[in-house]
Design a protein around this ligand. Structure first.
Ligand code: ZN
Ligand code: ZN
Length: 93
């Protein structure tokens, strides 16, 4: 099962909104939500890692996303680089 997470910056007020990460019942070949950062839009977004692409593009600006490895690490705010606070909003299948 995947999790629904949200990232907030206590410094500048950035909020990612709810992001679906991980994979559901269908398995990770179907949808595998990872995290990416768009430097241009200054936002964190979900990247479907199950798609066989070398580069993942931002939905908004078509720029290349920088992938974040795993969820354990501290994720810097895309706007001010402060470590983001992670909120868990539950799970999805
Ligand atoms: Zn910030
Ligand atoms: Zn972008």
């Amino acid at each position: 099962m995947g999790s629904i997470v949200e990232f907030n910056c206590l410094s500048c007020g950035y909020a990612s909104g709810n992001l679906s990460v991980g994979w559901g019942k269908a398995g990770r070949t179907r949808f595998w939500g990872g995290l990416g950062v768009c430097a241009a839009c200054q936002r964190v977004c979900v990247v479907d890692l199950s798609s066989k692409q070398d580069t993942h593009k931002c939905e908004d600006c078509e720029g290349a996303l920088q992938l974040l490895e795993g969820l354990a690490q501290d994720i810097p705010c895309p706007s001010c680089q402060t470590v983001l606070k992670t909120k868990n909003h539950g799970i999805w299948n």
